[in-house]
Design a protein around this ligand. Structure first.
Ligand SMILES: O=C1O[C@H](COP(=O)(O)O)[C@@H](O)[C@H](O)[C@H]1O
Length: 245
């Protein structure tokens, strides 16, 4: 089962980040009320980090037991731990590290300081998902590049075509750095809800292309991920500017 996309437009990037933070807090509370640990998949990029600053300002954040939140990443740049270009470092610096998470339940992708290759890192991350995941994620957050990429699945890149696997090593990424590790389309879709977070005029064409009827994920990877119960496009007015009215 996969849910049709729904679009929610916010006035600007800050309002979008604040609204996503409020939704995320509510989703984590709901997941914990269902009896499990909340399973959230994070994204890098501009919106992926903006959200964590807003979570810190959201009064309801104290309703979440952050020690019972499991964090994953949809993709990671294959760089050493702590590198400023890694998605997890950027999320940490934006506020993630202040939330009181259990470090054992923050599942980071190994970089070259802790693995022999992007392939080895991808294999080890897939094993971690099998061991510590709960079968599906509660919320998958995805930024979208101006080229329509999500996670590290880029237009016309062979890594997109990975089947029967949770993760893939990505080389020759058109966006630096060239080496990355990504969840596959199959893994990203094992989610109760998928939320695309998109702000800025430079993303307008990608948003319109991803939501166009008949969009092909080979051309526009963002068109290829849907949640089981909800697929939310949470965008600002600039990113929504090319959508048909
Ligand atoms: O490289 C990446 O880019 C995207 C989007 O980044 P943005 O700065 O254009 O918002 C991001 O979602 C992805 O996780 C990341 O690795």
């Amino acid at each position: 089962m996969s849910a049709e996309p729904q679009v929610v437009v916010h006035p600007g990037k800050q309002q979008l980040a604040d609204a996503v933070a409020a939704r995320l807090v509510a989703a984590a509370v709901d997941a914990q009320a269902r009896g499990g640990r909340a399973q959230l998949v994070l994204t890098g990029g501009s919106m992926g980090s903006a959200v964590w600053g807003s979570v810190l300002q959201t009064p309801g954040r104290s309703s979440v037991d952050w020690s019972r939140v499991d964090l994953w990443w949809g993709d990671e740049r294959y760089l050493p731990a702590g590198d400023g270009e890694r998605n997890d470092t950027q999320n940490d610096e934006a506020g993630l590290s202040s939330l009181g998470l259990d470090p054992q339940r923050v599942f980071r992708v190994a970089g070259p300081d802790a693995s022999d290759s992007a392939e080895a890192s991808a294999a080890s991350y897939a094993q971690t998902v099998r061991e510590h995941g709960q079968g599906s994620f509660d919320v998958v957050l995805l930024g979208v590049g101006p080229d329509g990429h999500v996670a590290s699945l880029f237009p016309h890149h062979p890594a997109q075509r990975t089947e029967g696997a949770i993760t893939v090593a990505v080389h020759d990424s058109p966006k630096p750095p060239p080496d990355r590790v990504s969840l596959t389309f199959e893994a990203l879709a094992r989610a109760r809800e998928v939320w695309f977070l998109v702000a800025g005029d430079d993303k307008g064409e990608a948003v319109a292309a991803a939501l166009a009827p008949g969009a092909d994920r080979w051309d526009v990877p963002a068109s290829g991920v849907r949640g089981e119960e909800a697929t939310r496009w949470l965008v600002d007015e600039a990113a929504a500017s090319r959508l048909p009215r």
